[in-house]
Design a protein around this ligand. Structure first.
Ligand SMILES: NC(=O)c1ccc[n+]([C@@H]2O[C@H](COP(=O)([O-])OP(=O)(O)OC[C@H]3O[C@@H](n4cnc5c(N)ncnc54)[C@H](O)[C@@H]3O)[C@@H](O)[C@H]2O)c1
Length: 270
């Protein structure tokens, strides 16, 4: 399949490289010319284990390319993935300027009387798939589009491994044809129970709820560590004691916490 991925940050670049490695033809688009030139030369702007090797391998095989030109490359894509940043606004809300700008550019670039699956991988508030669809159709009313939500759960530092070995793939789509296409593209990574099929708002909510839950776990265990230190208790033993309770393990994946508590505390949640 041919994929166009817009935005070559952690999410877009790692997804692009991994989908290329799985045999797809991937074009990654970024508006930053110097970044695109660097990527075309096979140099990764970020360090992730295994990333640069796969980047160079897939450029050489012809599966992966980089450009600043969205319009030229989008036309014959099977799937278009939005992976631009959603920085925090001053009031704490997600700034959707980049996502909505990309939606406008997609709307301007799509050929009329065509059918496209557009996937949002950026972390966005509930309702964004709908607002992206509205913006695209405002630019071009004669396209048949499904705007789906497939949130990203990778961790910086193990991004390639996480992408190639996902715990689950959440597909938020209310169009069966789009769901089928997205299941096909993810098949080498996940199938059966590892695919969570749902609608777009639920997929967007899953990502926010997962981030909140992980943040809650980190805050909770940090508090327990502070109290333990104050009272002369051993936090590692406390964690082991909590995590071996099946009720806690079942609802909160506590084994992760047991084995990786120190890594977990440092983990950055996006
Ligand atoms: N970094 C993570 O670990 C992580 C994990 C899960 C989810 N996310 C989410 O994924 C999204 C992307 O995160 P990131 O860390 O990859 O972002 P990033 O800011 O590192 O990269 C975004 C890229 O998009 C490009 N861009 C912006 N507007 C563009 C446009 N109109 N056309 C082409 N390119 C454009 C920028 O130049 C930049 O290179 C965010 O919503 C983030 O919250 C990030």
């Amino acid at each position: 399949m041919k994929l166009t991925i817009i935005g070559t940050g952690y999410v877009g670049l790692v997804s692009g490289v991994c989908f290329a490695e799985l045999g797809n033809t991937v074009v990654c688009v970024d508006k930053l010319e110097t970044k695109v030139q660097q990527l075309q030369a096979g140099k990764s702007p970020i360090y992730e284990p295994g990333l640069e090797e796969l980047l160079q391998k897939n450029i050489q095989s012809g599966n992966l390319s980089f450009t600043t030109d969205l319009k030229e490359n989008i036309q014959d894509s099977d799937i278009i993935i939005i992976a631009v940043g959603t920085p925090q606004s001053e009031d704490g809300s997600a700034d959707l300027t980049y996502v909505h700008q990309v939606a406008k550019e997609i709307g301007e670039a799509l050929p009329t009387n065509s059918r496209f699956v557009i996937v949002n991988k950026s972390t966005v508030p509930v309702g964004t798939a709908q607002s992206v669809k509205t913006i695209i159709l405002e630019q071009n009313a004669d396209v048949d589009i499904a705007v789906c939500s497939v949130p990203e759960f990778l961790r910086e530092g193990s991004a390639v491994y996480d992408t190639m070995n996902p715990d689950r793939i959440v597909i938020g789509s209310s169009s069966q044809w789009a769901t089928d296409l997205l299941e096909t593209i993810h098949f080498p990574l996940a199938s059966g129970d590892k695919i969570v099929r749902t609608d777009e708002p639920s997929a967007e909510m899953i990502k926010y709820a997962a981030n909140s839950f992980l943040a809650t776990k980190i805050s909770f265990i940090n508090e327990m560590a502070n109290i333990s230190e104050h009272l002369g208790a051993n936090i590692d033993d406390v964690v082991r004691g909590i995590g071996s309770d099946r009720r806690i393990s079942l609802i909160s994946s506590m084994p992760v916490l047991v084995t990786e508590v120190h890594v977990f505390q440092k983990m950055f949640v996006h």
